[in-house]
Design a protein around this ligand. Structure first.
Ligand SMILES: [Zn+2]
Length: 525
């Protein structure tokens, strides 16, 4: 009994090997993969012969507009594309490419009128004949022919945080898109057909996102995000270089009061929870906002100096210094002449220009003529003290459309943002604070006000800015000495230089942080 079993086991592999040798084509299992060429998807049958994946050379020929010629006398096939060719024979692993011999790891197989080649042929031989790269994409199970097949290289990643879940869709080139929401379903329609998808469907273990799936339409691509639970809020941002669509799903906070995004003074100085990995290391665009303008004159000194004129002069000065000293940085002013501009329009200029920094320049005013020095502010829901509240109220009045609540503000082409407009700056508070601290320190040194620190107040100009943003009151125009100083071009230049130095300090501190643990590329699992 035992002996018999042994002999059977012994014979089995030999029989299998014999069968494979005699009738190799019968024994294959088929599966479907794809060739992606010229932005089309072509299914190909993959035939598994003895663990080796084969594909029909005739099918490749049809897809890639090449020719396959059988030479009966020599029992060989010639694969031709343009003026180049490869010659191969059934049962051989040697292929003549333009007269040079190339090996593929497995032998070709005759299959009726066709010849089967190992899939390796696609990545090894086709590039030699077509002068085009061919790469295998695991997620799409596709052989990608040429460069043009994948202009986007779309990736989807998540970044889970205690207070929110961030979904990051990144692509090599920008893709126009529209976002819509229907309760627990969020649909992003990309108005381009994305040929190579990162996946067709992916399930998430997160308590907010259940799954993300893609479907290709004729000329567009739809991404469907199915939510497991209704998030407290949803907001989306777009970034360039590289293109990123970022969607934040705010979690329901365990203790609602501690998580109120604006308006909780207890949280006012805690920037630690704000993610700031989104920014690239380099500051490329700075938007400077000269406060007030036109009919809105701002504060006026006892000797008649107007805030709107000083802010424009300092802003222009600052623009000159930055552009002279930092190569490749673009500086945009929200106004370059004495015109009216709404607060919302100014923030939108910063957002529209994808500014990396936003600096709103003002001059302080006080009934106390002795009040002096510079004050740098970042946003919060509540003012840090009464004096600060007054400053914010005064500056907020500057808006021509001050009756409009900030919640009504609209960011064009960004359907999710209206509800979340008010929270936009919250994401950047930590970096805003870092910039403000540097600026306050530089100005303290210049103005000899060593004790002064950064303050927070509900400035409307900062509310909708989706980048680090500060408002600086460079001096008190209502203080006769400072009014006199502010009139002086040398003094204006000194203030501009101090602000410029603070930007440099901010940049170098951010670089240090980025090199010690800031994660800019979190992969989800
Ligand atoms: Zn002002």
């Amino acid at each position: 009994m035992k002996f018999k079993m042994k002999s059977k086991l012994f014979l089995f592999p030999i029989l299998t090997a014999l069968l494979l040798a005699i009738l190799p084509v019968i024994d294959y299992a088929e599966s479907e993969e794809y060739i992606i060429a010229e932005e089309h998807i072509y299914p190909i049958e993959i035939k598994n012969v003895g663990g080796i994946q084969y594909v029909s050379l005739q099918r490749i020929t049809d897809i890639l507009n090449s020719r396959l010629i059988y030479d009966e006398d020599k029992n060989s096939y010639t694969y031709k594309f343009e003026n180049r060719q490869a010659t191969l024979a059934p049962g051989k692993s040697l292929i003549s490419v333009e007269g040079r011999l190339e090996f593929i790891s497995q032998k070709t197989i005759q299959d009726d009128d066709d010849i089967l080649v190992p899939v390796e042929f696609l990545t090894k031989i086709i590039p030699l004949i077509h002068k085009q790269p061919v790469q295998y994409n695991v997620a799409s199970r596709a052989y990608v022919y040429g460069d043009a097949a994948d202009p986007y290289n779309l990736t989807v990643n998540t970044l889970p945080k205690p207070t929110f879940l961030r979904l990051i869709i990144q692509a090599k080139n920008s893709i126009p898109f529209k976002v819509s929401r229907d309760n627990k379903e969020i649909t992003v329609v990309f108005s381009k057909k994305i040929i190579l998808l990162p996946f067709s469907e992916k399930k998430f273990a997160d308590d907010i996102i259940e799954s993300v799936s893609f479907s290709q339409q004729r000329d567009s691509t739809e991404m469907q995000i199915n939510l497991r639970a209704e998030p407290r809020d949803v907001k989306s941002y777009q970034f360039k270089d590289p293109f990123r669509l970022v969607i934040d799903f705010m979690r329901i906070a365990p203790t609602e009061s501690a998580e109120t995004p604006t308006g909780d003074p207890a949280r006012a100085n805690d920037y630690s929870g704000a993610p700031n990995w989104l920014e690239s290391n380099d500051v490329k665009t700075i938007v400077i906002d000269p406060g007030h303008g036109g009919t809105n004159e701002g504060a006026i000194g006892v000797n008649g100096l107007k805030e709107k004129d000083v802010t424009l002069q300092i802003a222009q000065n600052l623009k000159g210094i930055i552009e002279q000293n930092i190569a490749g940085v673009k500086v945009v002013l929200t106004r370059t002449s004495d015109i009216d501009a709404s607060i919302q329009a100014r923030t939108e200029i910063a957002n529209h220009n994808k500014a990396d920094l936003f600096v709103s320049i003002h001059c302080n005013g006080s009934v106390n003529r002795n009040a002096r020095g510079a004050e740098v502010f970042i946003l919060s829901g509540e003012a840090s003290d009464d004096a600060t509240r007054v400053v914010a109220e005064l500056e907020n009045q500057a808006d021509g459309s001050s009756a409009q609540s900030s919640a009504q503000a609209r960011v064009p082409h960004s359907p999710l943002t209206p509800i979340l407009w008010e929270l936009a700056q919250n994401e950047y508070l930590r970096e805003s604070a870092l910039l403000a601290e540097q600026m306050q320190a530089e100005l303290n040194q210049l103005l000899d006000t060593s004790e002064r620190g950064v303050k927070q107040a509900p400035f409307k100009i900062l509310t909708g800015a989706i980048m680090p943003a500060v408002l600086v009151e460079v001096a008190f125009i209502t203080n006769p000495k400072e009014e006199n100083d502010l009139r002086n071009e040398v003094y204006q230049a000194a203030i501009a230089k101090a602000i410029y130095r603070s930007i440099l300090r901010f940049q170098s501190m951010r670089e240090q942080k980025n090199s010690t643990g800031f994660n800019t590329n979190d992969e989800d699992q």
